[in-house]
Design a protein around this ligand. Structure first.
Ligand SMILES: *[C@@H]1O[C@H](CO)[C@@H](O)[C@H](O)[C@H]1NC(C)=O
Ligand SMILES: *[C@@H]1O[C@H](CO)[C@@H](O)[C@H](O)[C@H]1NC(C)=O
Ligand SMILES: *[C@@H]1O[C@H](CO)[C@@H](O)[C@H](O)[C@H]1NC(C)=O
Ligand SMILES: *[C@@H]1O[C@H](CO)[C@@H](O)[C@H](O)[C@H]1NC(C)=O
Ligand SMILES: *[C@@H]1O[C@H](CO)[C@@H](O)[C@H](O)[C@H]1NC(C)=O
Length: 336
C-alpha cells in the first residue's frame, strides 16, 4: 500500500514543547483523554502494584514515572510502569500519545504488574505516519468477574480527530505485532504456548463515535465504541454480543465478524473480530466503519457522526506468567 500525500495525520507539523511543567501538564491532559471510557485513575502513580520511580522529565516528553531512559545508536528506551501516564514522544511530524492505562487495577489486584517500554528516536525524525515502537510486559491474576480487565495499554493518534465519518475516505493501516511468553519481545506469536499460560487478552483498535464532536472525543460520553480486533486469545476475553454474529466482511483476505452489545456505561459496543490471529495487517479498514452506517437504526452510527478517538493496544485481563506484547510496526494514515 502507498502512504501518499494529503494526509490528515500529516497536518500536525508542530513540535510539542517538552520538559518541565509542560510535560507534566500534557501528561495529565493526555492521561484524561487516553484513559478512555473508564473511570479516571488518580494521576499520582503511587498506589499501584508497580509504583513508578518518582518524577523527572526526560526527552521522551512523558516524564512521570518513566525509569531513566537508556540510549544507544540514536534510540532511546524508556520504561513506564505507571498505572496511567500520557507519554507524548517529541516528533517533528505526527503526534501520538502512549499510555500504560491500567484503569482496572485496584488495591485488591494481584500479579507482577505491567510496564510499557517505549522506543523513541533521539533525532525525532520518524518516517511519516509512523508511531514509536513499544512493548508491554505484564502479568495479572484473575480479577473479579464483574471487573476482569486490568487495563488497555495503548497508543492514540492525536490532533487529527474528531472528524465527520463521511469526510474520511480511507483508514490505512500497516501493522505488525506479536505476543510472547516472558519479558522479551517474540519474533512471532506462539498461540499454544500462550494458551498454556491461560492468557486472556485481545489486540484491538478502539474508536469512539458520537453525533456530538466533543462527546466523540470522550470515551465515557461517546454513544458508540467501535473496535477492530486482531486477536481474541480465548473466550474469557470475548466481545459484547459474542455468539450472535451480525455481519461478516472480508478485508485483505481476513474475515471479520461484527458483534454488538452494550457495556455497563450504556454505550453501544460494536466489535469486528477475526476468526483467527492476525499478526500482520496492511490495508484499509474504513469499510468496517462504512458498513456500520449502512445498517439502519439507533443501534448504529450515522455517516455524519464524528470519529473522535482512535487507539491501538491490548486489553489486559489475566495470565499465569509474564507475557510481552510488541507493537513492532504501527503506521496509520487517515485520509480525507
Ligand atoms: C469525559 O466525560 C466525563 C463524564 O462526563 C468527565 O468526567 C471527564 O472529565 C471528561 N473527560 C474529558 C477529557 O473531558
Ligand atoms: C534518526 O534516527 C534513526 C534511529 O537511529 C535513524 O534510523 C534515522 O536515519 C535518523 N534520521 C535522520 C534524518 O538522521
Ligand atoms: C514481569 O513483568 C513486570 C511488569 O512489566 C516486571 O516488573 C517484572 O520484572 C517481570 N518479571 C518478573 C519475573 O516478574
Ligand atoms: C525495551 O525495548 C528494547 C527494544 O526492544 C529492548 O532492547 C530493551 O531490552 C527493553 N527494555 C526492557 C527493560 O525490557
Ligand atoms: C458469518 O460467518 C460466521 C462464521 O463463519 C457464520 O457462522 C455466520 O453465519 C456468518 N454470518 C452472516 C450474517 O453471514
Amino acid at each position: 500500500m502507498v502512504f501518499g500525500v494529503g494526509l490528515l495525520v500529516n497536518a500536525i507539523l508542530i513540535a510539542i514543547p517538552v520538559g518541565g511543567s509542560v510535560g507534566a501538564l500534557m501528561g495529565l491532559d493526555a492521561h484524561r483523554a487516553a484513559t478512555g471510557q473508564k473511570p479516571l485513575f488518580t494521576g499520582d502513580n503511587d498506589d499501584g502494584i508497580n509504583p513508578g520511580n518518582g518524577k523527572g522529565d526526560d526527552s521522551t516528553g512523558g516524564g512521570g514515572g518513566g525509569h531513566p531512559p537508556i540510549t544507544n545508536n540514536g534510540l532511546q528506551h524508556t520504561l513506564y510502569c505507571d498505572l496511567s501516564w500520557g507519554i507524548t514522544p517529541p516528533s517533528e511530524t505526527e503526534q501520538y500519545t502512549l499510555n500504560p492505562n491500567q484503569w482496572g487495577v485496584t488495591s485488591d489486584s494481584t500479579g507482577n504488574g505491567l510496564c510499557m517500554n517505549v522506543t523513541t528516536f533521539v533525532n525525532q525524525t520518524y518516517p511519516a505516519q509512523t508511531a514509536p515502537e513499544f512493548s508491554v510486559t505484564w502479568q495479572y491474576d484473575h480479577g473479579p468477574e464483574t471487573m476482569p480487565v486490568h487495563g488497555y495499554p495503548n497508543i492514540r493518534v492525536d490532533d487529527v480527530l474528531p472528524k465527520e465519518m463521511d469526510k474520511i475516505s480511507e483508514l490505512n493501516l500497516d501493522l505488525h505485532w506479536t505476543y510472547g511468553v516472558g519479558d522479551k519481545t517474540a519474533v512471532s506469536t506462539d498461540v499454544q504456548a500462550l494458551e498454556k499460560e491461560n492468557l486472556a487478552t485481545n489486540v484491538a483498535i478502539d474508536m469512539f463515535l458520537d453525533t456530538d464532536a466533543n462527546k466523540a472525543e470522550n470515551g465515557t460520553q461517546a454513544k458508540f465504541e467501535v473496535m477492530v480486533w486482531f486477536w481474541m486469545s480465548n473466550v474469557e476475553a470475548q466481545p459484547h454480543g459474542w455468539g450472535h454474529p451480525v455481519l461478516n466482511r472480508t478485508l485483505e483476505g481476513t474475515k471479520f465478524t461484527l458483534y454488538t452489545g452494550e457495556n455497563d456505561n450504556g454505550q453501544k459496543v460494536l466489535s469486528w473480530v477475526p476468526g483467527s490471529i492476525v499478526e500482520r495487517f496492511t490495508g484499509d479498514i474504513y469499510p468496517l466503519i462504512t458498513d456500520l452506517y449502512n445498517l439502519e437504526g439507533d443501534n448504529y452510527p450515522a455517516k455524519n457522526d464524528y470519529l473522535g478517538s482512535l487507539s491501538f493496544g491490548t486489553e489486559v485481563y489475566s495470565v499465569d506468567s509474564n507475557v510481552t506484547f510488541w507493537a513492532e510496526q504501527y503506521k496509520i494514515d487517515i485520509k480525507s
